[in-house]
Write a protein that binds this ligand. Structure first.
Ligand code: FAD
Ligand code: DLZ
Ligand code: SF4
Length: 499
């Protein structure tokens, strides 16, 4: 009697708990299913990445002598969902045990309860949901910074005894530079599709032509070997400048000094621990400065673990809140990129071309606009879940619902990340190519982020005014004369009605 070991599309890690203690005679089940490909209309590159990486992973397991029962999407017998495919596999193999690692999404966890499987912990993360829940217990505020410090202590990363390396936990104040004109980020390594990827691309083009995004050029790594090469390239060519230019945006250069590893990390080709250790080594060997290495490690050891903890602590109710009562439908330009607001056109264009945009584009351009315009959280979240190659609900939802939209009323962020055009102008070169002017506050040339920012504060005054971190903008608003406020509201209404 065989043990059936189920491996999902974001569990492509040799050391994952479901594959540990594998015995000869056990069968690994992997399933490409239509339901997962279509519950949102994922970017074509995301579909290609996941299916191709799954097929490569299955081949690697077979090469190591494991028996893999692999259900392809184009198999005529494929019934299209995880649960019905598990049932078919049970009929084929009559397993004595079914083993699976806990999934990354609430939705899938609900399905998994019907599989008759032993569900093991996903210990690829630094913190389990239980560890996070224990940290959160009794705290009024769940601030990432304090969780991160505990994670530094627990992991020993960038620690000297009980003290943080360099005497400080966080070097963020050094990390807010815009990109000088004479600084050119290195050309990024992309990977040519091999025969397996080419076959998947043809299948994706044929089955999902209406999904978002450009399929080509496809340059993602689909194996651990290539993902490690991409990590190497980042550590040597980009990490030294990662901190300085982490928040910068530049037209025509989406990757800048970012790592572009989130898709590999999230599907399991590389693990958070090995990435953080490589980064720490770059610092200890004098290859990268501490502000860059600490800033980078904080993203993975801090933010990534924190959002996962929050997701499992708060789901499923978390997804249902709408603290700012935002109900406006998502404008069409989120799909087409066709808007005169150049920052949005560029960030959405990058997203279509690459299934990628970096954090500040997501938070301070597309996210900031959605916040200021009062777009419906559900619609915005569906968008973020499908447009990025790295998007899985456990990481997408807290970032969108909590950080970008403040729809959780401040569980995650201590204040809304609302900003006017001045921020985008400071951190990018988008405004110099825009028909609007970030220095103009009202009138036809005014940057819409400027009047929308004040309109957002006026509309949400009752909900936000008592937040101590909003005291300064509300003091400024209080000094504004009634006529100007009325003009801001009028111009915002005209603009928003046209969306
Ligand atoms: P880098 O800037 O090089 O950072 C290194 C790594 O740190 C990333 O690969 C990622 O694993 C981790 N990281 C950084 N910031 C965060 C964060 N806020 N939360 C979790 N991990 C973080 N990230 C996803 O992986 N999937 C998502 O679906 C996703 N959706 C997002 C939606 C919104 C609205 C926002 C504001 C952020 C979202 N993020 C998401 C977080 C972040 O933007 C991406 O992780 C990052 O842009 C990935 O690019 P990179 O690998 O070049 O990251
Ligand atoms: C995102 C995705 C897609 C598009 N397709 C599959 C698939 O066919 N098979 C699979 O095992 N996983 C897929 N995934 C990932 C899942 O939708 C889901 O996000 C993870 O299993 C996390 O629970
Ligand atoms: Fe964006 Fe305003 Fe700058 Fe145009 S002027 S790019 S709309 S911030």
């Amino acid at each position: 009697m065989t043990t059936l070991r189920i491996v999902l599309g974001d569990q492509l890690t040799r050391g994952i708990s479901s594959l540990r203690d594998h015995q000869p005679g056990d069968t690994v089940l992997m399933m490409e299913v239509a339901e997962e490909a279509t519950y949102v209309r994922h970017h074509k590159q995301k579909l290609t990445l996941i299916f191709s990486a799954m097929r490569h992973f299955a081949d690697e397991l077979r090469a190591d002598g494991l028996a893999v029962d692999y259900i392809r999407l184009d198999d005529p017998a494929n019934t299209g969902s995880f649960t019905s495919e598990v049932q078919r596999a049970i009929a084929r193999h009559s397993p004595s045990r079914i083993i699976v690692t806990e999934p990354g999404e609430w939705r899938v966890q609900e399905m998994m309860k019907n599989w008759g499987a032993e569900i093991l912990t996903d210990d690829r993360f630094f913190a389990s949901p239980a560890t996070f829940a224990a940290w959160a217990r009794g705290r009024k505020q769940l601030r990432m910074e304090f969780f991160y410090r505990d994670m530094r202590r627990a992991s020993g990363l960038l620690m000297e005894g009980d003290e943080p390396t360099g005497g400080q936990w966080n070097f963020d104040h050094d990390n807010r530079k815009s990109l000088p004109k004479d600084v050119t980020p290195p050309k990024r390594q992309r990977f040519e599709p091999d025969a397996i990827t080419a076959e998947v691309m043809a299948m994706v083009q044929q089955r999902f032509p209406g999904h978002f995004g450009d399929l080509e050029p496809f340059g993602w790594a689909v194996t651990r070997e290539d993902a490690l090469e991409a990590l190497d390239h980042f550590i040597t060519a980009c990490l030294p400048n990662f901190g300085d230019y982490q928040d910068a945006m530049k037209q025509g250069n989406v990757f800048l000094y970012h790592s572009i590893i989130s898709p590999y990390l999230n599907i399991g080709l590389i693990t958070p621990r090995e990435i953080c250790e490589r980064a720490e080594q770059a610092w200890s060997q004098g290859h990268a400065p501490l502000n860059a290495v600490e800033g980078f490690i904080r993203q993975i050891l801090g933010w990534r673990e924190y959002v996962r903890g929050l997701y499992w602590l708060k789901m499923p109710d978390y997804a249902e809140t709408n603290a700012l009562e935002a109900h406006r439908p998502l404008p069409d330009f989120y799909w087409t990129g066709k808007t005169e607001m150049n920052c949005l056109a560029q960030s959405i264009g990058d997203t279509k071309r690459h299934a990628y945009a970096h954090h500040i584009q997501r938070l301070m351009v597309t996210g900031n606009f959605a916040l200021l315009a009062g777009l419906s959280p559900k619609e915005v979240e569906a968008w973020y879940l499908l447009v990025y190659a790295d998007a899985f609900e456990w990481v997408e939802l807290p970032n969108t619902h909590g950080m970008a939209l403040f729809a959780d009323g401040g569980v995650m962020a201590s204040k809304p990340y609302a900003a006017s055009g001045a921020y985008i102008d400071r951190m990018s070169d988008y405004c110099s190519h825009c028909r609007y002017d970030p220095a103009v506050k009202l009138g036809p040339k005014a940057c819409p982020f400027n009047y929308l920012y004040w309109d957002f504060l006026i509309r949400n005054e009752a909900k936000l005014k008592s937040n101590p971190r909003m005291a300064m903008p509300y003091r400024t608003l209080a000094k504004m004369d009634a006529e100007r406020k009325a003009e801001i509201a009028r111009q915002s209404k005209v603009f928003l009605d046209k969306l």
